[in-house]
Write a protein that binds this ligand. Sequence first.
Ligand code: SF4
Length: 421
Amino acid sequence: MNVLLINPNTYKSPPVPPIGLECIAPCLENEGHRAEIVDLCFSENLYKDIDNAMVSFSPDIVGITVRNVETVLYHTNEFFLDEIKDMVNHVKSNYGLKVILGGTGVLTNPEGILDYLNADFAIAGPGEDEINTLLRNIQSSENTKKIYQGKYRLNSSCPRKPFKVDYKKYFDAGGIAGFETHKGCSSSCVYCLEANSRVSFKNVEDVIEEIKTFVVSGYNHFHLCDSEFNESIEYSDEFCTALKNEGLDIKWAMYMKPGNFNRKLFKLLKNTGVYLITLTVDSWQKCPEYWSDVERFIFSAKLWGIKTAVDFLTGFPYEDEDKVLEYLDLLRRVQPDSVGVNTYIRLYKSLRITQIIMNDEKLKNNLLGNVDDKTFVKPVFYNHINSEKLSELIKGDTLFRIEGLEKGVNYSRIITEAIPQ
Ligand code: SF4
């Protein structure tokens, strides 16, 4: 079959290449299908570009990636699904083709997203295998279901092929090349859709090959796409050792979580070109060891000359201001390079935090946004420390940035300082 893969993501703060589609395309080709990517990120006319691909490639079916439902920040929220819905509609009504949805955004509520976008099928999770299963079912008319649960494939025989998209445009607009080492997370953060998800790691050699593809083309700056790099200290060690042995001259940044680090790992990170770590920190029911891990982590990064940006989510149910002040003081004391503070918590239907809030009438008073949407597809936030109150708690300290008041991500301001574009 001819499968047209559309990246509808036109958000550019920063622009993010569609690496999920770059992983799916070779898997389709391996099964004898033809795959083409239409990347609309820099498109000046979305529908003209879609129509041109329809004519030149003549697809039998269309896949659309839903990377994000919205920007996840309360104040400057941009909701992407209505634009994607129009594209689904365009493809179905003008060309009579079925539409498959994939991408991280689908995980927020597979049934709800499929329904909202009026698409035909959805793959929730990594789609490398499931897309072929789905196409086989369609071809043999055996298909009985609309939602497929994606599985991650280790030692893939069809690794990602970068450069099916025009990377120069991304780099020119301040985007950064990305790669990932694994999917899933064993931590249990109550506000995160990845909590307690199955973890599977990619073959180290495959990831190094991806990086080399970029390096030989003259690009050496990367941001890791993993939710948190240090899911396994053993794998992190193995990956960094292999990267170091390649002797590639790269710079890279990543997300990490407190815990799962040691002196050897920091040394390897430094020796492989890591210059910035965004540390994910939250204040939901944490033990004292958690906060000493946060302190030790930031001190270790400083020791090795690696910058740290802390993404701090706080203002959880039943937390009082004194507690939040205490955490802010701790962060002020250890002085990472930047702290982005967010007190507006995006709720999704399947999250534990959502259940906790919906079971307490008093907490429901702190809901904002589309509170009548029981599917939580449209943005609903929990907030009990608003931005004005947070400004008071921060006391004008420029170390802290209140997330959501302006576009962009916390780490961007450090990248801009460290790596002039
Ligand atoms: S550590 Fe990060 S990815 Fe894992 S559950 Fe927590 S927030 Fe999610």
